[in-house]
Structures are given as structure tokens and as C-alpha cells.
Design a protein around this ligand. Structure first.
Ligand code: TXA
Ligand code: MG
Length: 345
């Protein structure tokens, strides 16, 4: 694990990282969303190593990361005006777009698909690393498959130590949730994964935007989600987590009742609601952050989910909170962490 010094491509640590990528090796690196596990996006062998290090099924496609928009045209069959408009509005930044791929992009990087996911991150260290690599870098989140995405270098270390030659430490990630994914390979642009940018922000640039139904419900038997990653168990702590919707006071009473029966129980609770739980001394209360600051909740969420497994618990409840600018994205990740266990009080 090495700290990024100056966030510029000549930094010796970034030079070393770039050389590893060009040799077909893997490097974990920070972005503004979550840490990525990078490899040469044009090299099938590097893609294979990524799937192996992550323990990820190889039909789950990777996102290609670039330092400059000028790298995009050679990776796609066509770079249409609406894609350029999206890049203009949100790049560099936490947005991924899907376009039909060119023959330069190997199918090993795209999980066998004809399309490719593209992102230009804004994190200064990430940009300097991508410039040093001088290649499109394929990078999924740097967690072992199924675990919450890493938002600090220590979490990457937990999952990847001994599996990859270098982890770049750029401190904690500013956003903490993965990028927004929008599919532009279909007639109507479609939101596949909400992130820092939600539906409204996309509509301002693209006009009509559709939403992948897999975002809001469990898939039917045999039905395929558009983002293949959505079909896998994800973010889930080992301890069962239940998302609880409803009014604050009855919800707190319900959760305290569940804890009173004896199992070791934790509750993820808004700052503002902590006092509602004061009559349950046996309940481990974990503050989620303030209700009025969904950015803070987003930033903390994955490291909280990771820490649950270190706490010897039998069950965890989490207050649901669809509000706030990042409410949509936070709820999307939480409902997947709960594996569909959502109750309404
Ligand atoms: O913020 C992020 O996007 C982070 C950082 C490292 O950039 N990366 C990330 O990658 O979250 P990953 O692999 O954990 O999630 C990518 C998602 C998966 O659900 C995958 O199925 C979907 O994007 N995806 C990738 N390429 C696709 C394609 N061609 N068509 C549909 N979905 C695609
Ligand atoms: Mg991931």
C-alpha cells in the first residue's frame, strides 16, 4: 500500500502504478466514488486477473476509466451528440455511460457484451494515475465480490491483500457510493444505477430518461437485469439486515421490541432519532448521520456496513430514508444490502 504523493503523473508512485498497468498487472486506486481495482482495459489477460482477484463472475462487465475525453472515440462505434452532452455536463465526475463498443475493446472486459461502460473520474489522484497508465483502465469496485465497495484504502487492503501488487492510498472517498450508470446504447437513455447524480440531473441534459425496472423490485425468475451486476448479491453484511420503513416513533418501538427478545441487535439510526431509542439499553445504536445531510450518510454507508461484521451481532435493523439529494442512491444500495428484507411499520 502506498500513499499518492503529488497528484501528478510524474509522481514516482504513480509512475510505478502506470508501469504495472502497462505490464498487465493490477493496481487499486482511489476515485471520488469508491476505490477501483484497475487493469489494462484493452488486455483480455488483465480482465481475467481482475475477475480472479475479485472472485467475480466473468459475465459481469467492467467500467473503462479514462483521463481525457479524447480517449473515448476509439473505444466506441459511435460517440453521439447526447453522449457528448452528458460528458460535457458531468465529466470529469461520478457518471458512467454505456455505448456500443468498438473492436478495440475486448469482450473479456465487457462480460461478453457488445457495449462498453465508460467513465472519466474527477479525483485528482485517479486522473494522474490514469494519465500515468496512458491506457483506458478497466476497474470494478475494489471489493471481493458481494462485499460493500471500499471507500478507504484500509478496506481495499482487507479484501485484496496478497492478491494484487499495489494499492494506492488517496484517503477516504468523497462521495462513497458508486457512479450513476446511464445506458445510451438503447433508443431511450435508461438509468441503470443511481448515484451522486439521480434521474432529475440526467433529465436536465437528456430529456426523457427511462428507469431500469430492476432498480425497484426483485427480478422474476429468468429475467435479466440490464446491468448484469444488479443480479448478484451485493453490499450485504454477513449478519441479516432489515430495512424498516414507517413513522419514526412506531418504527423505533418495533426495533426496540425486536431487540428486547434477546438476540444481539444493532440499529442504524438517524442522528435526529437517536433519543427515540433511549429505552433499549441492550440495543447497539449506530448513527447514520443527519437526516438533512444525505451526502454524509452516503459517504459513511459502506464503511458502516463493513464494520457490522466485526461486531458479533445476530440481527441489524436500519431506518429507511428516501429523502435528500442522495436518498434515491442510498436506498438503492441499502435495499440490496438487505437482500429484499424490507418491512413497513
Ligand atoms: O463509481 C464507480 O463506478 C466505481 C469506480 C471504481 O469507478 N466502479 C464500479 O464498478 O462501481 P463495478 O464493476 O463495481 O460496477 C459496475 C456496474 C456493474 O453492475 C456492471 O454490471 C455494470 O456496471 N456494467 C458495466 N458495463 C456494462 C454494460 N456494458 N452494460 C450494462 N451494465 C454494465
Ligand atoms: Mg461493485
Amino acid at each position: 500500500m502506498k500513499r499518492i504523493g503529488a497528484a501528478e503523473p510524474k509522481d514516482p508512485v504513480l509512475q510505478e502504478a502506470g508501469a504495472l498497468i502497462r505490464r498487465g498487472e493490477l493496481v487499486a486506486f482511489p476515485t471520488e466514488t469508491v476505490y477501483g481495482l484497475g487493469g489494462n482495459g484493452l488486455n483480455p489477460e488483465a480482465a481475467r486477473k481482475i475477475y480472479e482477484a475479485k472472485g467475480r463472475p466473468s459475465d459481469n462487465p467492467l467500467i473503462l476509466h479514462v483521463a481525457e475525453e479524447a480517449q473515448i472515440p476509439e473505444l466506441v462505434r459511435e460517440y453521439p451528440p447526447r453522449a457528448r452532452a452528458l460528458a460535457q455536463a458531468f465529466w470529469p465526475g461520478p457518471l458512467t455511460m454505456i455505448l456500443p463498443k468498438s473492436s478495440r475493446v475486448p469482450r473479456e472486459s465487457t462480460g461478453g457484451l457488445d457495449t462498453v461502460a465508460l467513465r472519466m473520474p474527477s479525483h485528482e489522484g485517479a486522473r494522474a494515475f490514469l494519465k500515468a497508465a496512458a491506457l483506458p483502465v478497466a476497474a470494478p469496485s475494489a471489493n471481493r465480490s458481494g462485499r460493500p465497495s471500499p471507500t478507504e484504502a484500509a478496506a481495499v487492503w482487507e479484501d485484496m491483500q496478497g492478491r494484487i501488487p499495489l494499492i494506492l492510498d488517496g484517503g477516504p472517498c468523497e462521495i462513497g457510493l458508486e457512479s450513476t450508470i446511464v445506458d445510451l446504447s438503447v433508443p431511450v437513455p435508461t438509468l441503470l444505477r443511481p448515484g451522486f447524480y439521480g434521474l432529475k440531473a440526467l433529465e436536465e441534459v437528456l430529456g426523457l430518461v427511462a428507469v431500469d425496472p430492476a432498480l425497484f423490485r426483485e427480478l422474476e425468475e429468468g429475467e435479466a437485469p440490464k446491468a448484469p451486476g444488479m443480479k448478484y448479491r451485493h453490499y450485504a453484511p454477513q449478519v441479516p439486515l432489515t430495512l424498516v420503513e414507517g413513522q419514526d416513533a412506531p418504527r423505533a418501538a418495533y426495533i426496540m421490541g425486536q431487540a428486547a427478545a434477546g438476540p444481539r441487535t444493532a440499529a442504524l439510526v438517524h442522528q435526529e432519532n437517536l433519543s427515540l431509542y433511549r429505552e433499549a439499553p441492550q440495543l447497539l445504536l449506530i448513527p447514520l448521520g443527519s437526516r438533512s445531510d444525505s451526502r454524509e450518510t452516503a459517504r459513511r454507508l459502506f464503511s458502516l456496513l463493513r464494520s457490522l461484521d466485526k461486531l458479533a451481532l445476530d440481527q441489524v435493523f436500519c431506518e429507511s430514508f428516501p429523502e435528500g439529494e442522495l436518498g434515491e442512491a442510498v436506498m438503492n444500495r441499502l435495499s440490496r444490502a438487505a437482500g429484499g428484507r424490507i418491512i413497513n411499520i
